[in-house]
Every structure is written in structure tokens, then in C-alpha cells.
Design a protein around this ligand. Structure first.
Ligand code: MN
Length: 304
């Protein structure tokens, strides 16, 4: 039994403490001028998850058997991107209504607005907050009226049901963002925590502080993680790798902190592109899911 993995206890279905949902679409990346391949993200993520993540972790003395982890499958392929987004919002809402925490694996970052929309609609009348962990701000205008992987947080900030002072851009890199887009976020009272600024306090402590502050004034939080926020040395398999970025260790810690927080009810992971690089980034993606689950298990057991 010593080598039992988290994936071994995963069940099919939409109910659970943590529920995996796949969004196998990269049309949004193509529309944003990026390289195709992220549509394979969910399939390869599941394959690497089978090979990583002890169910009983002797280092942190955590036994994940207390957690019900499920796999609700993918948004079916072959839809238009607009139909796929609608379908995704519906699937995320079903999991949320059943009391589960969706962990959505993309696919392009365009998935994040449909995901946020599901939380906003499920939590109608409540305060929803969003943290985007990303090298980019992703507040680009639509492309010929169409959503793409660079526009999800513009759509969020323009959604009248969302209050933009409950939005944080975390680990953004000024060398990869335009002044116009930074101003767009700031003019709406969103907050930007730049990568370099965050390095002073340390990424994990800085994320913890941002999450605590936002969590103190929200009923529900959505943590959105773009793998391109991680340095290319640790996450080469993304459409837009950056030389600078979070380390794999920072990323794992952030995922665990998010899982542990009492009002994080939604997490998504975007831009894993196995055509560019499969194994290193696939193991990282699986590791982020595992650490998120370690955090949720600690939350459930009421451990600090
Ligand atoms: Mn992004």
C-alpha cells in the first residue's frame, strides 16, 4: 500500500470535496496569437497525476483518504469556443451547487471568465474575490468581438455583477504587460502585485498576505493560476514561457495555501501545453493539484 497515489482514490462524478474538470480547448490561445497544444492539457494532466502524489504523505503527516476527490470529465470537444465556455460555466456551477471545489484544468486561460461567472452566479448577492496568478494581466480587449486567452479578466472587470476592488493580479511581470492594461486594472481599483515587488517579502508569504486580505472581505474566492507565471526553467510547456517567474516550490506552496483557505471555492490551472513540453510541466501541474488537495485536507480537518 506504500505507493498508493491520490489518483488511485479518485472517483468519477460531480460530487466530492475537490472535483477535477477538464477544458480541452486552445482556440482561445490561437485567437491570441499563441501556439496550439493546450487542448491536450487535461488528458496529459490526468496521465501525470497517475504517477505522482502519495496518498499518505509522511513528511507532512497528511492522509488524503479523508478527502473525496472526483473527476467530472471534460467539456466535450468539438464545440465552438463560445459553446464550450457556456458548457464550462454550467459544469462548474453544478459542482459548486453540490458543495464541491472545482479544480479546472485547461486549456487556454480564456476558461477563467466562464469559471468566474459560475462562481458569481452561484454566489448571487455575496462578495466574490478573484486572484489571477499570471505573468500577464490578461485584460486585453476582445478580438473582433471574440473572447481569447488574453481577455478573461477584462470580461470579469466589465461584468457589472463583479466588484473590481476585489481583484488582484499576482506575480505579473512589467516587461510582459502594457501600461494601458495596467491602467485599466488600476482605474477599476484592481490591485497589481508585481513579481519583483513580491520577491521582497517572498512569494509564499506575499501570496498568503494577499489571500488573507482579500478573503477578509469576501464570501468566496477564485484562485486562477496560469502556468506561465512559473519560470520557464520549471514550466517550459506553456504557450508563452518567461525566463523569470515563480519557482516550482513557490507554485506548490501557493497551491497549498489556496487549498487551505476557508473561502477559496474555485481554482483553475491554465495554459499547460504538452506539445511544447510534456513531462516537466505535466509533473508540475499534477503537483499543483496534489498540493491544493493537501491544503483542502488541512482545511477540512481544521488544522492551521
Ligand atoms: Mn494568462
Amino acid at each position: 500500500m506504500g505507493d498508493v497515489k491520490l489518483a488511485d482514490i479518485m472517483q468519477s462524478g460531480e460530487s466530492g470535496d475537490v472535483v477535477v474538470l477538464g477544458f480541452p480547448y486552445d482556440e482561445g490561445v490561437a485567437r491570441n496569437g499563441g501556439r496550439p497544444g493546450a487542448h491536450l492539457g487535461p488528458e496529459k494532466f490526468r496521465a501525470w497525476l497517475k504517477r505522482f502524489g502519495s496518498l499518505h504523505n509522511p513528511e507532512v503527516e497528511t492522509d488524503l483518504t479523508s478527502l473525496k476527490v472526483s473527476d467530472a470529465g471534460d467539456v466535450p470537444p468539438g464545440l465552438s469556443l463560445e459553446e464550450a465556455h457556456t458548457h464550462l460555466t454550467g459544469k462548474v456551477a453544478v459542482v459548486l451547487q453540490a458543495g464541491g471545489i472545482p479544480f479546472v484544468i485547461g486549456g487556454g486561460n480564456d476558461q477563467s471568465y466562464p469559471n468566474a461567472r459560475a462562481l458569481i452566479e452561484t454566489r448571487s448577492g455575496q462578495q466574490v474575490g478573484v486572484i489571477n496568478i499570471d505573468a500577464h494581466l490578461d485584460v486585453r480587449p476582445l478580438n473582433s468581438g471574440q473572447a481569447h486567452s488574453g481577455s478573461p479578466f477584462r470580461l470579469l472587470l466589465e461584468d457589472s455583477r463583479f466588484f473590481a476592488d476585489r481583484f488582484i493580479e499576482f506575480a505579473a511581470q512589467g516587461s510582459q504587460c502594457s501600461r494601458e492594461h495596467a491602467n485599466f486594472v488600476r482605474q477599476r481599483n484592481g490591485r497589481i502585485v508585481w513579481l519583483n515587488e513580491m520577491q521582497k517579502m517572498g512569494p509564499a508569504a506575499s501570496f498568503d498576505s494577499a489571500l488573507e486580505e482579500l478573503g477578509s472581505r469576501c464570501d468566496a474566492l477564485f484562485v486562477s493560476f496560469d502556468l506561465d507565471s512559473v519560470a520557464a526553467a520549471h514550466a517550459p510547456g506553456v504557450s508563452c514561457p518567461g525566463v523569470l517567474g515563480l519557482s516550482a516550490r513557490d507554485a506548490m506552496k501557493i497551491a497549498e495555501t489556496a487549498g487551505r483557505h476557508p473561502v477559496v471555492f474555485l481554482f483553475d490551472l491554465s495554459e499547460y501545453n504538452p506539445l511544447i513540453e510534456e513531462e516537466r510541466t505535466g509533473r508540475l501541474a499534477a503537483g499543483l493539484f496534489y498540493h491544493f488537495c493537501l491544503g483542502v485536507a488541512a482545511r477540512k480537518e481544521g488544522r492551521p
